[in-house]
Design a binder for this molecule. Sequence first.
Ligand code: SAM
Length: 264
Amino acid sequence: MDHFIEKNRQLWNAKTPYHVKSDFYELDAFKKGKNVLREIELEGLGDVSGKSLLHLQCHFGQDTLCWSRMGARCTGVDFSSEALTAARELNQELGLDAKFVESDVLKLKDNLDGSFDIVFTSYGAIGWLPDLKAWAKTVSHFLKLGGTFFIAEFHPFLYTLDWGKLTLAYNYFNQGEPDHEITDGTYADPGADLKLDEYFWPHSFEEILMSLMNEGLQLKELKEYPWSPYPCFPNVKSVGENRWKFANVEKEIPYVFSLKMTKT
Ligand SMILES: C[S@@+](CC[C@H](N)C(=O)[O-])C[C@H]1O[C@@H](n2cnc3c(N)ncnc32)[C@H](O)[C@@H]1O
């Protein structure tokens, strides 16, 4: 498994410089004060001021630093050194107080101590993880008793589709072995000169929810959304502020889900 994780780490190190300068991530607007978090997580978590927040798979830290600006004491985790270098530079430039830890999320116990009021992860995170049992153990390990776990993520249904051709292309259930593709560009910059291996795993709704419940997390809220908060597909139409759908699909399908859970 480590071979796949290492390949993915190389992939994310290569993607990061493109993402930092992309229109997609709106870095200039973010630096000027724009809150780039989406309505789903803003409404889901509400007031975070004074709370300790662990952000798993934080990429180059924009979302983490938005939570910091809202008063949370944030720790961001990612396995990409490139992403964390950019995150730490932003943290310093903006005079914020977030910490960033370089680690495979499934090995975080070896690299971080402490427990948190909130554990948060979002959009495009868990598909890179082979083992949600180990992931859920990590979530539970770092969450204080009574603390809140919040995930906003692309829907397992969506991950069965080829987003370009809109055909059924991937397993819904995790078979253990990853799907393998050669990246062609990246969602934030489709023209980027990136041709690298990527390995990803499908996770059914049952696998996601039960792995967390089996680690003592209790479900407070489950939502499914018939739009995506990011235009990260090849052919999208806007259906509202920060809401996109496939341009050629009239049916109401789920794009994103969120779970709010507490540790009991
Ligand atoms: C699509 S991005 C998440 C984006 C996130 N919504 C944001 O911008 O704040 C996925 C992130 O997961 C990270 N990642 C992938 N596999 C990982 C792993 N095993 N451990 C830690 N980070 C990982 C990548 O480096 C990347 O930064």
